[in-house]
Design a protein around this ligand. Structure first.
Ligand code: MG
Ligand code: MG
Length: 265
């Protein structure tokens, strides 16, 4: 069942999503070699709760095992998504995808950013750039009158033409009062296919892109998803609202990238 959102609901979704961006910006300040993803999780949970929201990931049920134990997913290098924060320090040259969800005033935020830890190799930087570019190319297609497949195709064609793999098993999704609503938003597909996009449709678009082959497996903790060839993977996610002519991006990388720019000075 697809729920189109009213303008009031879109503003509530924006509040929840902007809080995710601010949370990720807090993490951007401290991400460096030596920090652990468990430390990042603690900072994120405290920040979310201090801002009157609830971390939606914490306790999220798992059909394969126990509920998710943390407030962020922290996926390092070959981990694609759903990494459980741990006590292993990040190393210079790692990448870490931080996916974060909030519930604020009854509506959900969901956004993800992949961070470089210290100096990462050029080919890994390119993976991050191309994955983020593909997210915005997908968002460009999320306008009234287009179809879901137009978003999917834009992401897939950009990533594959750059020699990267597109994960098939995990997809974007509708977002509202529930973190995961209909429809599913795959990162692969055919132009002109799928559901017609209507004004007020709110979806999370989230390319999960691999440097090598697209094949993945689940780790023994029943959460972490890893590339089979152990090559790195990137993940960027925005929650957006379909509008006429131009999508409204509800989450934001503005605060994150401001911190990253200041750190690089
Ligand atoms: Mg997410
Ligand atoms: Mg999502």
């Amino acid at each position: 069942m697809v729920y189109l959102k009213t303008d009031e609901e879109v503003e509530l979704l924006r509040d929840a999503n902007l809080l995710v961006g601010k949370t990720l910006a807090e993490l951007a300040k401290v991400i460096q070699p030596g920090v652990t993803t468990r430390q990042l999780d603690t900072i994120a949970e405290t920040f979310i709760r201090d801002n009157g929201a609830v971390p939606t990931f914490k306790g999220f049920p798992n059909p394969y095992g126990g509920p998710f134990p943390a407030s962020i997913c922290a996926s390092v290098n070959e981990q694609v998504v759903h990494g459980i924060p741990n006590d292993i320090p990040l190393n210079d040259g790692d990448i870490v995808s931080i996916d974060c969800g909030t519930l604020l005033n009854g509506y959900c935020g969901d956004s993800c950013y992949t961070f470089a830890v210290g100096d990462v190799p050029e080919d890994v930087k390119r993976l991050l750039d191309v994955t983020k570019e593909s997210l915005y190319l997908g968002i460009e297609q999320a306008v009234v009158g287009h179809r879901l497949g137009d978003i999917s195709y834009a992401i897939q064609s950009h990533c594959e033409s750059n020699g990267f793999g597109v994960v098939r098993e995990f997809v974007g999704h509708g977002i509202g009062k529930e973190m995961h609503e209909d429809p599913q938003v795959p990162n692969y597909g055919r132009r002109g296919n799928g559901m017609l996009l209507k004004n007020g449709l709110c979806i999370a678009i989230e390319p999960m892109i691999t440097m090598g082959a697209k094949d993945i497996y689940m780790q023994s903790d029943r959460w972490g998803i890893v590339t089979r060839d152990k090559k790195p993977a990137a993940h960027f996610e925005h929650s957006i609202c379909v509008r006429k002519g131009k999508a409204d991006i509800l989450s934001s990388f503005y605060e994150i990238e401001k911190v990253l720019r200041e750190k690089s000075l």
